[in-house]
Design a protein around this ligand. Sequence first.
Ligand SMILES: Cc1cc2nc3c(=O)[nH]c(=O)nc-3n(C[C@H](O)[C@H](O)[C@H](O)COP(=O)(O)OP(=O)(O)OC[C@H]3O[C@@H](n4cnc5c(N)ncnc54)[C@H](O)[C@@H]3O)c2cc1C
Length: 416
Amino acid sequence: MSREKKVEQYDVVVIGGGAAGMTAAIYAGRARLKTILIEKALVGGLATYTNEVENYPGFPNSPKGEDITNLMKEQAKKMGVEFKLTDVKSVDLCGEEKVVETFRTTYLAKTVILATGGRPRVTKAENEENYLFDKGISFCATCDAAANTDKTVVVIGSGDAAIEEGMFLTRFAKQVIVSVLHNEGKMDCNEIAREAAMRNPKMSFVWNTTVKRFEGEGHLDTVVLRDLRTDEEIPVKCDNCFEFIGYLPNTEIFRDQVKMTRSGYIITNEKMETNIEGVFACGDVRDKWLKQIATAVGDGAIAGYAAEKYIAESETFHNVILQKDKPGLTFIYNAVDAESREFLIEIEKIENHFAGRIAVNRVDIYKSSGVADRLNVSEFPAVILTVEGKVRERIIGQLDAVEIIRQLDSICLECR
Ligand SMILES: Cc1cc2nc3c(=O)[nH]c(=O)nc-3n(C[C@H](O)[C@H](O)[C@H](O)COP(=O)(O)OP(=O)(O)OC[C@H]3O[C@@H](n4cnc5c(N)ncnc54)[C@H](O)[C@@H]3O)c2cc1C
């Protein structure tokens, strides 16, 4: 029996319930926007897998990641944000109304915030899933190095991240054993990192190896490597293992719509705007330098704020600039440009001349360029004449008040 899908309407749909998505939702909810956050697995995201967060400001006692994210959830709920635990299957983001599909519901939204984060690439060796995160396999030295003080750790990988994070681990661990895919002396990292690593007395290397298996009772205690030349197994005793073989963004469902880097991270500007109007991205899913809870929260704040501004601007655009009651004149100027500013007097004269028969708007692009962008105006000053909510004339550059009055007179005649 087929069941009709429900259709629900929101101002803001946030996809992904990690630190970034929840912060964006807090900002949107606080702005009184009807906001829903959709999370497919665990509200709190990646941070919930971290046992001790030492570097998130305001929490000096190294709380568990989930202690922080539970507070974020509580705060978002207080701001009226709705939560839905389900997987977003597909999206259609290109129209003015955005469509987000889950198994049972179609969500229609004015804006969508993409906060789906990423996941570390894993080796896929035997038993790996038994030790992920808090049982011996970690993916973040910045986060877990201190917990490995005086311990022996294995690092998998030899790229920049593996070697630089491995070097960082030597400040805490007593021994860092690196499994490298290549022949002795060859690594994938930059030369400076390679030389420093080779000189570091706490670092040793097992060349020409990949991971065959992970072993241990409850917690990892041995990484069994495989020699690629001889197929021999090399068991390496350790307290923990760090895998640095790449990170994969959760962006498959946005492909072909949202602009991404070659490795699939979403490209945004500093306002977290993507290439699609009304679609924002924040947190680990975006192409950025430092992926941490603090930066995810910063991104989320900007995305939530930007979504609110976008909706407000959208409403002004449709209800005021493109109003249908009267012929309209929109003057687009830049308050810091003298020529633009001087023409404001002429606009006032035009407004007085028509004595309420036309709707006049003044848009200062110095404050925001959104309305000008929507009208496809990139030069200033400019006058846009509208009739019944549609653009009739674009007058750009040299403005002549007499000519504008003449054009408006003929529009008014037509509208009688
Ligand atoms: C092991 C580890 C330890 C770390 N420790 C620290 C630390 O100590 N300090 C620190 O600052 N940072 C730490 N980090 C980094 C930090 O966890 C991340 O930078 C941060 O959590 C990113 O938040 P986010 O909201 O961008 O993404 P995430 O937390 O990854 O959240 C994204 C969410 O989106 C959901 N999602 C994905 N696809 C969909 C879909 N289709 N539909 C619905 N939901 C979807 C996911 O389930 C996930 O919950 C650590 C990372 C790791 C891997």
